[in-house]
Design a protein around this ligand. Structure first.
Ligand code: 4NP
Length: 166
């Protein structure tokens, strides 16, 4: 829990322009819908710096909009202080999680890292959120389907483990 009393979650992918800003928006809406806006801080960041300062990929924004998500996050890189500042750091796939664990300075920081795929319930063929960057439209829809499912499960798990009352 941060000094502000908010539980903070950092969504992480490679570029911070497709999966993690979408995950941030999906989780924020769930938190808001449950009346928990003041109890959470949700952010996202990327492991690579290619798109720092950019809005999310146009294709991701176009696919997110009909579902009611306006993606306006500006891409930023994961930084050392994130491992201190956030309660939970969520990688989208195993590569993200390995890299995050490598960058963590302590075991305590490593223990903050989880994989979004572990929270997928309704899509048993997926245990990670695949990178849509080189895919077609279906890849972006799939990312949103997987995130809408997994974020709900992740939020339930956070609430339960931290005794946060709704
Ligand atoms: P993301 O997708 O990790 O879901 O944001 C990618 C975006 C950009 C690149 C790779 C993945 N890239 O190589 O530039």
């Amino acid at each position: 829990m941060t000094a502000s009393g908010k539980y903070s979650v950092l969504m992480v992918c490679l570029g911070n322009i497709c999966r993690s800003p979408a995950a941030q928006a999906v989780m924020q809406r769930l938190v808001d819908a449950r009346g928990l806006t003041e109890r959470f801080h949700i952010d996202s960041a990327g492991l690579g710096g290619w798109h720092v300062g950019d809005l999310p990929d146009k294709r991701m924004r176009v696919h997110a909009r009909p579902r009611g998500y306006e993606l306006n996050h500006r891409a930023r890189c994961v930084q050392a202080s994130d491992f201190e500042d956030f309660d939970l750091i969520v990688g989208m796939d195993a590569g993200n999680v390995d890299e995050l664990c490598d960058r963590a300075a302590t075991i305590e920081q490593q223990n903050k890292v989880v994989m979004m795929g572990d929270y997928i319930r309704r899509y048993p063929h997926y245990d990670y959120v695949p990178d849509p960057y080189y895919e077609g439209s279906e890849g972006f829809e799939l990312v949103l389907d997987l995130l809408e499912d997994s974020c709900e499960c992740l939020l339930d798990s956070i609430l339960q483990q931290n005794n946060i009352l709704q």
